[in-house]
Design a protein around this ligand. Sequence first.
Ligand code: ADP
Length: 398
Amino acid sequence: MNVLVINAGSSSLKYQLFDMDTETVVAKGLCERIGIGGHLKHTPVAGGKPEFDEDVEMPTHAEAISNVIEKLTSERYGVISSLDEIGAVGHRVLHGGKKFSESVLIDDNVIDVIEECVPLGPLHNPANLMGIRACRLAIPSAPQVAVFDTAFHQTMPEYAYIYPVPYRYYEEYDLRRYGFHGTSHRYVSARAVELLDMPLEDTRVITCHLGNGSSIAAVKGGKCVDTTMGLTPLEGLPMGTRSGSIDPAVIKYLSDRAGISLGEVITILNKESGVLGVSGVSSDFRDIEAAAADGSARARLALDIFHYQTLKYIGSYIGVLGGADAIVFTAGLGENSPATRAAIIDRLGGIGIAIDKEKNNTRGKLAEITGEGSLSRIFVIPTNEELVIARDTIQKTK
Ligand code: ADP
């Protein structure tokens, strides 16, 4: 059976069509500039068909989906002969609030609940809903499944997710830590458990999803017990353009001093901060590593801050778990930057955790990089959120 996986953003929509009999991608692509023009890049992976990469008018997500379907089924660029060959559709949904602790088959009621979670994910949930509605209209015969970024973290204990602010705000406004990247943390922690070859209930795993957006999770017995992102994906580690955790009083202070609104400060903390803000170079770690190597002191500082804060969270999660059987690196930076992994783990030598310099010289593939005598095993595990979404979709539509 083929499963179409959709990741809809406010002006973009990424897709992958999986053949789930073999768990392989048969086509993938990206619609960009939805609502402000439109561009479609469609790449057939199987069958030797050519790539399509052109501007296409897409006023809304509905036109984006119909263009994707047209390409998937077309004579020239297609990989399937008709819509009937799409057995189900899986959607990445950012915020499931506290209502969803696992993936769910979409019906009108589920759509209402995702809608209720819009205040918690004001940028993403409306876009995710547009993708869902467009697919329901375009492919009415295919069941649709929502896979939430927040779901895996729903097992956190209360003391990890309740913010120490008046409790009534949790009761009235659902104000609490939720956590994100859950699909990735779930996938790589489960892979780590397989590699550890220990009884599941005894396993203590720290997963570091380091990419443009970064978060860390502490996973005990396969269940998430803490994570660095919070009510929104702004909390925790410094990221490409996000500040991560700072003194909340900074927001009013900056607003007063710079004469800008609180909303503008939040936008700055989301879009102009992190390693971009400090380095002044780029949000892309490759550019920053290159600039630091060329002698840019601010690029060096941005990297130092990132490594230092990551180290602090890993250290605190070793405390939370009472030790770590595995520390996992994943996502763009975690999978591809030996320098990042070494800068973090080398500082844990004092508590008996080490990586192997040679083995660490690996990029983009599954690898164990544990150093001799290390108390924790260290893994690089490539994440695959789309495959998890496709698997959940099959499971929920059985
Ligand atoms: P997103 O959060 O957008 O999914 P990714 O997981 O793709 O992000 O991670 C993107 C980040 O990974 C970028 O900052 C990029 O520079 C970094 N990255 C990718 N490859 C490398 C590499 N070889 N060396 C250092 N950083 C890399």
